[in-house]
Design a protein around this ligand. Structure first.
Ligand code: FDA
Length: 389
């Protein structure tokens, strides 16, 4: 088919954009995707031995308070009533996260009221007096005090960043949530749940439109492919959701990312840890958390004698790794500013999504951002011919 729009990347940003252009403007859209599957990092697959749905690129929990996003996503899937809770293991004890009154009382072996706990933490946060925090450790102590910092933040953060928190900049954290009640729900959005038939069914439904064609295993920078950067730029409008530094051939330098390594294991037990996500706060445990996927769907008829777990390890990414979380150093921000100038000069190319804009986006944020860009960029382009960039 003749193509009106090329979308590079089939994550939630690219799929939302393609679906809206096809459905609302009747545009013919080609999506190219370098992986062998659609959906970006939200993709999930069935583990063959157990039939359990595994989130291939790390646990994905859907939550939003954005009515437009909720109305949009519920066109493609319904959601279970799953509510996310996180526990953390420190030493031989397990605590609720984020830190709440239950965490504080278990940790201090006390029965503080909300006001007593608030006063205790306020007092412990005063350790550094008026001194301006010079590193992440000092910043964390100034927010929640040393005992809670050392138990719940220090080891976990050191593992996430492969760096002693005393050597990390204070700006990495602006707040550390502490709840002075027993609310243990991880998210506080209006809507929360998991897609009833799984992520991949949802993602495939978004792409299932007569005006959309999807080309898997197709890299935008592979000039042997029919749709590639050399042949497409300037010829038709492009929505690009791959890494922005890669687009410009790293001309301004690499933007730094953290990546994750996942170690999946099928175990001959019906329940390994009794919950979906267990963090590990101790520095001598090499992984940051363990996911147990059966707990995301208690409503499903999963086997009672087998389970799937996935250990998660965090490290800095190099060019060949999957980029997961932007590191966002001062150097990264300078480079991003230079790339933004280059983006502005790129005719009819819209840079979107988490990789195209170098920012962490939850799924609902990627979808909201695509819906807004559709309104503000694509619709005017179709009506007046103005550039989509
Ligand atoms: P996304 O990365 O999903 O898609 C980009 C696509 O572009 C990829 O499929 C990639 O292969 C493709 N691509 C890149 N370069 C290309 C090229 N040269 N040619 C062709 N294709 C190319 N969100 C949430 O709401 N709840 C959660 O619990 C989580 N959990 C979570 C865990 C982890 C470990 C990560 C990294 C992320 C999450 N997220 C999340 C966020 C979510 O995965 C995702 O970031 C958003 O849905 C953003 O979607 P995008 O479309 O922007 O990018």
């Amino acid at each position: 088919m003749d193509i009106d729009l090329l979308v590079v990347g089939s994550g939630f940003y690219g799929l939302t954009m393609a679906e809206q252009c096809a459905e609302k403007l009747g545009m013919k859209v080609a999506i190219i995707e370098s992986r062998h599957h659609i959906g970006g990092n939200a993709y999930s697959e069935i583990e063959p031995e157990t039939g359990i749905e595994v989130h291939r690129y790390g646990a994905h929990l859907f939550h939003t308070s954005n009515e437009r996003v909720w109305d949009y996503v519920t066109r493609f899937t319904s959601f279970t009533d799953y509510r996310h809770h996180v526990l953390t293991r420190v030493g031989d004890q397990v605590f609720q996260m984020p830190i709440n009154l239950g965490t504080i009382n278990s940790f201090f072996k006390a029965a503080y009221t909300p006001d007593e706990a608030r006063a205790l933490i306020a007092n412990q946060s005063q350790e550094l007096g008026d001194k301006e925090p010079e590193n992440l450790e000092e910043k964390a102590i100034s927010l929640i005090g040393r005992p809670l910092y050392e138990a719940f933040i220090k080891g976990y953060t050191a593992k996430q960043w492969e760096t002693d928190p005393a050597l990390l900049p204070p700006g990495i954290i602006s707040r550390l949530p502490v709840r002075y009640n027993y609310n243990a729900r991880y998210f506080s959005d209006t809507y929360e749940g998991l897609p009833v038939d799984g992520y991949t069914a949802w993602l495939e439904k978004m792409a299932d439109h007569k005006n959309i064609e999807v080309h898997l295993n197709t890299d935008f920078f592979d000039t042997s492919q029919p749709f590639n950067k050399d042949s497409a730029v300037g010829q038709l409008p492009i929505v690009y959701t791959g890494p922005v530094d890669r687009y410009f051939d790293y001309a301004e330098g690499d933007l730094s990312w953290r990546t994750l390594d996942f170690e999946k294991e099928v175990l001959p037990v019906g329940d390994f840890q009794g919950t979906s996500v267990m963090n590990y706060g101790d520095q001598d445990v090499p992984f940051t958390r363990i996911h147990e996927f059966r707990h995301f769907h208690p409503e499903r008829n999963y086997p009672k004698d087998k389970t799937v777990i996935m250990r998660e390890y965090s490290r800095f990414a190099n060019r060949n790794d999957e980029p997961y979380y932007p590191v966002n150093t001062t150097k990264d921000r300078e480079r991003l500013a230079a790339y933004r100038e280059a983006m502005a000069g790129e005719k009819n190319v819209l840079f979107g999504g988490r990789l195209g804009t170098y920012q962490y986006l939850d799924m609902h944020m990627a979808i909201a951002s695509a819906l807004t860009a559709f309104d503000n960029r694509i619709t005017p382009h179709v009506k007046t011919g103005e550039d989509i960039a």
